[in-house]
Design a protein around this ligand. Structure first.
Ligand code: CAA
Length: 394
């Protein structure tokens, strides 16, 4: 029995901030963002969109009624949670109408936890081959106005359906993880934005990559020559490019090096337009690779590097399955182009709007553009979500 990713879906904020506009407004040379960070635009969410609406929309784009009857676990990985107690997975389970006898929970370790969720899902299907598990990585990356991290913000969610005999990617058993207790990026409960030691975080990312990759090669006996592509966690694409250069084996034939670079470029295509989506960003890189690479073939292997500040890293691998292209979208770029462009002033208002609760814990919101679901109100401190077809869930 093979186990892996059967379907993959994506949702991102429906507003787009142009990096050239942000650079101009901040008095920065626009090439610092376009070449220094490799970013062209960011996806911005309004107050009516959160990890629940993004996650439900990403999953809604791939699930059919048969899937909803077979899913018996919903895992949501996030570092921008909306509640200290209730899991976003419970809201999403309800919004999607998944059968009731399911386990739903939320996982956290910065940008890493979706990788752990994927592994948990795989182990679950190994034990219960008829089960399907919905893994969602959902985040809104918010650093604050005029901070060093500001140009690397973003929002989005990746949903993956894990099953036996997957039609997209078969996951292997070669995972190697590493944990290091460091303070590179963290967000105490009382803060809406993270504390970041930016330069230190990039050094740790690269060192965790180098050391985990060395251990992975030692344990698995595999080398870069065994892979057609290497996907990286993408806080911003330039850091992943540094990672790619770090693991490059200079003894490989030029043609192999060029093929790996072409696939790397395919893997950052979407992130360049979206920014950081924290837990989902590695998998957005994977989706971007699969939908934009002109060379990938069934049977080829892909390595993945997951990194979550704090810090936990993991390298694992997967093989493309026969017919994988039928599981992918061909109009994703058009969908991204259809986002509504906003000015820097509008971005500053929309992205940083906070709930204005009355004394009874009620709030209502302006009518913003969202994906398939939106947060329509807060009533007595309870978040009320609605599908675009008008059905209310609370
Ligand atoms: N033209 C072209 N390039 C230019 C330029 C210009 N005019 N001006 C500057 N640059 C280049 C710089 O040379 C640099 O490139 P290199 O690193 O290749 O030298 C790049 O633009 C960035 O410029 P700076 O070095 O001046 O750095 P910065 O002020 O933009 O800050 C950062 C970079 C500290 C990483 C900041 O973006 C940040 O704090 N980001 C948030 C933290 C983060 O993403 N960390 C990543 C690892 S942690 C993680 O992975 C978890 C997560 O998701 C957050």
């Amino acid at each position: 029995m093979t186990i892996g990713i059967d379907k993959i879906g994506f949702a991102t904020g429906r507003y787009r901030l142009d990096m050239g506009d942000l650079a101009q407004s901040r008095g920065v040379d626009s090439e610092k963002f376009s070449k220094g960070l490799l970013l062209d635009a960011l996806s911005i969410t309004p107050i009516t969109e959160d990890i629940v609406t993004l996650g439900a929309s990403a999953a809604n784009s791939i699930l059919d009624e048969k899937d909803k009857a077979s899913i018996d676990m919903v895992l949501v990985a996030t570092e921008s949670s909306i509640d200290q107690s209730k899991a976003a997975a419970v809201y999403i389970h309800s919004l999607l109408g998944i059968q009731p006898f399911a386990r739903s929970l939320e996982l956290k370790e910065a940008c890493y936890s979706a990788t752990a969720a994927l592994n948990y899902a795989k182990l679950h299907v190994e034990k219960h081959p008829q089960s399907k598990v919905l893994v969602i990585a959902s985040d809104i990356a918010k650093y604050g106005i005029n901070t060093p991290g500001e140009p690397t913000q973003g929002s989005g969610s990746i949903a993956m359906l894990i099953s036996q005999n997957p039609r997209l990617l078969e996951l292997h058993d070669d995972n190697v993880a590493q944990t290091r207790d460091i303070m590179d990026f963290w967000r105490p409960n009382y803060s809406t934005t993270p504390f970041v030691d930016g330069m230190y975080s990039t050094k740790q990312y690269l060192d965790m990559l180098k050391t985990t990759w060395a251990e992975y090669q030692k344990r698995s006996g595999k080398t870069l020559a065994d892979f057609s592509a290497f996907c990286f966690h993408l806080p911003f694409p330039k850091l992943a490019l540094k990672g790619f250069n770090k693991i490059m084996d200079k003894s490989l034939p030029d043609a192999k090096k060029e093929a790996l670079k072409a696939n790397f470029d395919a893997s950052i295509t979407y992130s360049r337009q979206i920014g950081n989506i924290y837990t989902g960003s590695l998998f957005l890189g994977l989706l971007s690779l699969l939908e934009n690479s002109e060379h990938l073939q069934a049977g080829e292997n892909i390595a993945l590097f997951s990194y979550g500040s704090g810090a936990v890293a993991e390298i694992f691998s997967a093989t493309l399955v026969d017919g994988f292209k039928s599981q992918l979208k061909t109009n994703r770029k058009e969908e991204l182009e259809s986002r509504q462009s906003i000015s820097v002033a509008d971005y500053e208002t929309i992205f940083f709007e906070e709930d204005a609760l009355d004394e009874d814990g009620n709030a209502s919101f302006a009518d913003y553009v969202t994906n398939d679901f939106s947060l329509v109100a807060i009533k007595g401190h309870q978040r009320i979500y609605e599908a675009k077809d008008g059905q209310e869930n609370n």
